[in-house]
Design a protein around this ligand. Structure first.
Ligand code: ARG
Length: 456
């Protein structure tokens, strides 16, 4: 394609080092679509004959069909997918094939291909995110009024509804879904017409070309367009943060299904055994998701590092964007499917979770009781902290206190205190919409379910 400039053939090993066809074959469909639109745009601009444009379009459609039916067809000694498509066109159409690249550069071609690719692939990731949100909502619904402790510093903090815990993870994933919308919006711009760097000298109707490709607008600046991989970084950011969220969910489930807590039980089908220790039931899929979050984050950082020192315009360094994107995509798709399966297969040990939500973690509720009786909160905190100190040392909790003992701690405690202190009462006492109050959680759940119905 570019060998005319040189006296000798390229060094084979170095050519191989620079070639991207091995991985950018994934852009085949997008490259063909971009080329069909470009052929039409050239004809509209009077640069090539309508007959040539039609021949190119037909040949490109045939290539597309063949490539879809027979994936191994998309392969060969070519440097990249763009040269592959052009070679086949030229083999089939001769000079007509040779006209397609008029006024166009691979610099803008690779950008449009990648944009089109992300525009068609991101919705699939979003659907998989919505499926995990749906699985979490289903667990929230079936948890009913079950309670568990919520943690701060990984120490039991306060009772919450189990449903509230599941919906917390759903909330993070809904933000990820929005973040992928933003990544998609950023990819949605037409770079064609930028030429190699300065723009093209043929009168291409870029608005019509953008419409033809389903893109909403044309990029603002050709230099920027050939340099810009912000849309790729945004995609990797959305992927990395989603993976971080999946990792945190995985970590919660690993801990809370472990023998120390055992609020949750993982499905046997999604656990693994040990080759040596017969009792083991290991959460391998969750651990892998947690591990892969490092890899997805690495792709984001890797691309940012690749871009940061580049001079304006296209540089071959930018070829590094694709493997990052493809691997991030595969990683997130696999992880979402695994997490969804684990969440689907999860059961709640209601008794254990509730027992763990009782005891000294009701201390804040006891303090709130005193506040309700006119005690200043800081004072109430001190009184209850002293009670906790003593109860802890005696290995007791609030439920074991006699009324005389309550009174000894503060004369503001009345008979009703015994009924007022418990995980269910604690949960029911919450008053804000984002709280774990049963009505608030029911509203949250309804909102998530409606969202799933729209997004899924
Ligand atoms: N394979 C290249 C890439 O991925 C395509 C663009 C090549 N452009 C060039 N001037 N060498 O970035």
């Amino acid at each position: 394609m570019w060998s005319g400039r040189f006296e000798t053939a390229p060094d084979a090993a170095t050519f191989e080092f620079g070639s991207s066809f091995r991985f950018d074959r994934r852009l085949f469909e997008d490259d063909v679509r971009g080329s069909i639109a470009w052929a039409r745009a050239l004809a509209r601009a009077g640069v090539i004959q309508t007959d040539d444009a039609r021949a190119l379009e037909n040949a490109l459609n045939e290539l597309l069909d063949r490539g879809r039916k027979e994936p191994s067809f998309v392969g060969g000694p070519d440097e990249d997918v763009h040269s592959f498509v052009e070679r086949l066109l030229t083999e089939r159409l001769g000079d007509t094939g040779r006209r397609l690249h008029t006024g166009r550069s691979r610099n803008e071609q690779v950008s449009v291909d990648l944009r089109l690719y992300l525009l068609r692939r991101v919705p699939l990731i979003q659907r998989a995110i919505a499926a995990v949100v749906a699985a979490l909502a289903a667990r929230a619904r079936s948890a009913g009024d079950a309670v568990m402790p919520a943690f701060t510093h990984l120490r039991p903090a306060q009772p919450v509804l189990v449903a509230h815990f599941f919906l917390a993870h759903a909330a993070a994933l809904r933000r990820d879904h929005v973040r992928f919308d933003q990544a998609r919006d950023e990819a949605d711009a037409l770079p064609l017409g930028s030429g190699a760097i300065a723009g093209t000298s043929y009168p291409i109707d870029t608005d019509a070309l953008a419409r033809d490709l389903g893109l909403s607008h044309v990029v603002a600046n050709s230099i920027d367009a050939s340099s810009d991989r912000d849309f790729a970084a945004s995609f990797l950011y959305a992927s990395a943060l989603t993976m971080v969220h999946l990792s945190r969910l995985a970590e919660d489930l690993i801990i809370l299904s472990g023998d120390e807590y055992r609020f949750f039980e993982l499905s046997d089908a999604l656990s693994t055994g040990s080759s040596m220790m017969p009792q083991k039931k290991n959460p391998d899929p969750l651990e892998l998701v947690r591990g892969k979050s490092g890899r997805a984050t690495g792709h984001l950082i890797g691309l940012l590092m690749t871009i940061k020192g580049l001079p304006s315009g296209y540089n071959k360094d930018l070829q590094e964007d694709k493997e990052a994107i493809f691997d991030a995509e595969d990683t997130i798709a696999g992880s979402l499917a695994a997490v969804r399966a684990v969440v689907d297969g999860l059961t709640v040990d209601v008794e254990r979770a509730e027992a763990a939500a009782s005891g000294l973690l009701l201390a804040t509720d006891v303090a709130d009781y005193l506040v309700g009786r006119g005690v200043a909160f800081r004072r109430a905190h001190e009184i209850v902290a002293a009670m906790v100190r003593r109860l802890a040392s005696e290995k007791r909790d609030f439920a074991s206190l006699t009324i005389a003992e309550w009174r000894a701690a503060s004369d503001r405690f009345d008979e009703d205190i015994a009924d007022r202190v418990g995980p269910r009462q604690s949960v029911a006492a919450r008053r804000t919409p984002q709280s774990t109050a049963p009505q608030a959680v029911a509203a949250q759940l309804a909102d998530v379910e409606q969202w799933v119905a729209r997004a899924g």
